[in-house]
Design a protein around this ligand. Structure first.
Ligand SMILES: [Zn+2]
Length: 375
């Protein structure tokens, strides 16, 4: 049954070329201007305004203009930093997505999703390209391509021609499939520049992850020495990190950097997945609410971005909709300075934490215990 499935939103970073970024900037402007204008307009004038949009915004694909109008109609609160893409975007390889209205494929970290969920995006892309291929074959075979049919064929070939026959094959993910909702988002990077991501909705079967059954809270600390450390009343565990060697992490938008990011993510993906499953078995999850901005430009943030643990909170919050866990962000600033057993201030030195009352502990274990106690 489709109706009992749960929509989960997960994001993949996107790395447009300067030319693509200029176009996406225009789309952002269009989205906020159009929705503001339509919301303010008397109903009687609306139809004319909508009809005039393609001329007013020639750089925005008509299908995306339609989506923007639909958002305005629904009264969806338009965030200034979003563009509705929905069916206009699809993942076609582990590194590239096709966006209607962009001349080239857009680089995006499609495979840096937890629990293999990128398989749902890739399976959707493969299925849709197969449909395009089949429909092209039919039109060409039928031989009755009049002027209209010929224009259709031309448009499809222009849009998808380079992709046909090269579809990235994937088995997909049983119990998870891509839903049509997808949003392009722009946000300010710690260094002040603009970063982009695509938020995808994935429809997940309710029992794809077991419902949270452990009646306890688990504290989750993310970091570099250990990517992730968790502690509950009775259990504790961690995912060990690794050191980046010079040049291993690059934020630029080349394919080489994307291949590197995928390889770095793969180093710990299986361990991270196992930890996520373990954590989501708890009814309550207390996770460090880190201010990444404060870490801008440090080797720590590079290492954490490389391993994707910067996204752990986002993943847990999204997947908790399936398991029913409550995810509670806890301010992280004090977790390195207080004892997770007695709550008293202590001293962190490197990987050690010392409490005058309770003695020595591993700093990350202590932080996870303290986060749990704070929730
Ligand atoms: Zn103590």
């Amino acid at each position: 049954m489709r109706g009992d499935r749960i929509l989960v939103d997960l994001s993949t970073r996107a790395y447009p070329t300067p030319m693509q970024a200029a176009r996406l900037d225009t789309w952002l402007d269009a989205t906020s201007s159009i929705s503001a204008a339509l919301t303010a307009l008397p109903v009687a004038l609306r139809a004319d305004a909508v009809a005039g949009l393609p001329d007013a915004w020639p750089e925005v694909p008509i299908s995306i203009l339609r989506q923007i109008v639909r958002w305005a109609d629904r009264g969806t609160t338009i965030r200034r930093d979003c563009v509705p893409l929905d069916d206009e975007v699809m993942a076609v390889t582990p590194y590239l997505v096709h966006v209607v209205g962009l001349d080239d494929l857009l680089l995006s970290d499609v495979t840096r999703l937890p629990l293999g969920l990128s398989g749902a995006l890739l399976a959707d892309g493969a299925r849709r390209l197969d449909e395009v291929d089949a429909s092209l074959q039919t039109q060409l075979r039928s031989g009755r391509a009049g002027p209209v049919g010929a224009a259709d064929v031309q448009q499809m070939v222009r849009r998808y021609g380079t992709l046909l026959g090269t579809t990235y094959r994937t088995a997909g993910v049983p119990g998870a499939e891509r839903a049509r909702y997808a949003t392009l988002r722009a946000y300010r990077a710690p260094d002040g520049g603009r970063q982009w991501s695509i938020t995808w909705s994935i429809r997940i079967a309710p029992r794809w992850l077991p419902a949270a059954s452990v009646d306890d809270c688990v504290g989750v600390d993310v970091g570099v020495r250990r990517l992730l450390t968790w502690a509950s009343r009775d259990h504790a565990g961690s995912v060990t990190g690794w050191r980046l060697t010079a040049g291993e992490w690059q934020e630029d938008s080349t394919m080489e950097a994307a291949v590197r990011r995928r390889a770095l993510f793969a180093r710990s993906a299986a361990e991270l997945d196992a930890a996520l499953r373990g954590i989501l078995a708890f009814r309550r999850v207390a996770i460090e609410a880190t201010n990444w901005r404060g870490l801008a430009g440090t080797p720590q943030i590079d290492a954490m971005t490389a391993s994707a643990v910067v996204d752990v909170r986002h993943w847990l919050t999204a997947l908790a909709r399936v398991t029913g866990s409550a995810v509670v962000p806890v301010s992280a600033w004090s977790s390195s300075r207080h004892c997770g057993h007695c709550g008293q201030p202590g001293v962190r030195q490197g990987s050690h934490f010392t409490c005058a009352i309770c003695g020595d502990a591993d700093a990350d274990d202590n932080a996870a215990r303290y986060l749990r106690a704070c929730a």
